[in-house]
Design a protein around this ligand. Structure first.
Ligand code: ACO
Length: 425
């Protein structure tokens, strides 16, 4: 039996169903509110609004819990491969040996992009931001594979998963003026990407397993995060019956913003700035607290986590290990640790529950691997791709989905008459 709550508004009492999720999350279903009372709810930036039911990812922001399809992120970070996680998110269950082998083979086999698409890379300016290149080339995939316009097939899903890493690596090679490196069929998803990024023609190249493992970890930690800004964008665009590829291109646009995935680039820029100013990190803490300054401590705070972001915990430890294994001494890691320590003991940050988020330590790892700063958010997009696909599919397969269309409370002029130009003062 569905529990209900009563709401009395201007003398009318209505029953509203209470929806309880599998982890006891509770929501009031206000679907009948406007029809029965004439009211809507107002929730700017959707901080209290559940836009859907979802089986994919569970977050408990107060306890710092993140699970994909029930599996804790800490376990997946240690043991899983990225292709397994992509399969899990999209299909709902972990693959068996045969399923994984088949899925991985397909991801390799479909890595090449249409030769005509390569011409795009000649047309972007040299210093084009790779997120702009990624968003536009992913949008263009829907022109090369118009069958995605119908219900996308498994092949459409494999194609985008396989090709985005090639598009990302090509955009980097182009930006540094090096020849493009084609994918190789005997390499894993991670290793293929690393090779396309860093190999140079006519030179031997072997993938360093330490780098490969770091990429694996980073991709897994970014693979899904329920109804975040970019995923909600993907769902919203898809709800109008727009195709999967163009919906994901829109999600890439949303991810680019500095309050979302773009924060990872901004964190390293901030740490670099602190380094240049004689490591005076305390000055930046004060700046972040100041009501007159627009400066924020990038990589800190989260709409949902009011406790440690579990991904940041994993990354802090992994960043130190990676630098150690690669024999790199990065002063930015020390600055990050100092900032974290000061912030976690400062009343301003404590009161507002501001903890490091996933972007705080990821950049230190990307830097150590040799990924350039303006590619950091592209790395986030690569990881998030399976999550976007899983959410797009879930939204489409829910028979209750209608076009996403929020309402508003209008606060503009009431009715007035048009004044012709010659009568206007
Ligand atoms: N530095 C300083 N103060 C902060 C920070 C920060 N990083 N984040 C939040 N605050 C303060 C705000 O000024 C506000 O203070 P006030 O109550 O005195 O006005 C309070 O904390 C609440 O902040 P909101 O902006 O209302 O929180 P919201 O949930 O809307 O925003 C966000 C969350 C965007 C992540 C915010 O914390 C932020 O801008 N962080 C820096 C950017 C960042 O790291 N983004 C990546 C997020 S994770 C991801 O998308 C992958």
């Amino acid at each position: 039996m569905t529990k209900k709550t009563k709401l009395t508004l201007e003398g009318t009492t209505i029953d509203l169903p209470i929806i309880v999720g599998s982890e006891e999350e509770k929501a009031i279903d206000i679907g009948s509110l406007r029809k029965e009372t004439g009211h809507i709810t107002l929730d700017p930036s959707y901080a209290n609004t559940g836009s859907c039911k979802s089986d994919i990812t569970f977050i408990d922001g107060e306890k710092g819990i993140l699970r994909y399809r029930g599996y804790p992120i800490e376990e997946l970070a240690k043991k899983a491969r990225f292709s397994e996680i992509a399969y899990l998110l999209i299909n709902g269950e972990l693959p068996n040996n045969n399923e994984l082998a088949d899925f991985s083979n397909q991801l390799t086999y479909h890595s090449l992009i249409h030769e005509d698409m390569k011409k795009f890379f000649d047309s972007y300016p040299m210093n084009a931001h790779p997120m702009g290149v990624l968003a536009s080339t992913v949008a263009a995939l829907s022109t090369f594979y118009p069958d995605v316009q119908q219900e996308p097939s498994n092949l459409n899903i494999i194609r985008i998963l396989a090709k985005v890493k090639t598009l990302a690596a090509f955009s980097y090679k182009k930006s540094i003026g090096q020849p493009l490196i084609y994918p190789m069929n005997d390499l894993s998803y991670e290793d293929n990407f690393i090779r396309m990024m860093f190999a140079v023609p006519a030179e031997e190249f072997t993938v360093n397993p330490v780098v490969s493992d770091a990429i694996r970890l980073l991709l897994i930690l970014h693979a899904d995060h329920e109804q975040n800004c970019s995923t909600s964008t993907v769902r919203m665009v898809g709800s109008s019956n727009a195709n999967l590829y163009i919906s994901i291109a829109a999600g890439i646009g949303a991810l680019w913003g500095s309050l979302h995935g773009g924060a990872n680039q901004r964190v390293i820029e901030m740490l670099g700035m602190i380094h240049k100013s004689d490591n005076d990190y305390k000055k930046y803490i004060e700046k972040a607290k100041s009501k007159t300054s627009k400066f924020r401590l990038m990589g800190f705070g989260h709409r949902v986590y009011k406790n440690f972001d579990p991904r940041a915990k994993v990354l802090k430890e992994s960043a130190a290990k990676l630098l150690d294994k690669l024999g790199i001494d990065d002063p930015l890691l020390d600055i990050a640790r100092n900032l974290e320590e000061v912030a976690l003991n400062d009343e301003f940050f404590i009161e507002r529950n501001l903890y490091p988020n996933v972007d705080f330590y990821s950049g230190i790892m990307y830097r150590a691997i040799g990924i350039p700063t303006n590619m950091f958010t592209v790395m986030f997009a690569l990881g998030r791709l399976p999550g976007w696909i899983a959410h797009w599919n879930e939204m489409k397969s829910d028979s209750k989905t209608r076009i996403y269309r929020p309402r508003q409370v209008y606060t503009g002029h009431t009715k007035r008459s048009f004044v012709p130009m010659d009568k206007r003062s």
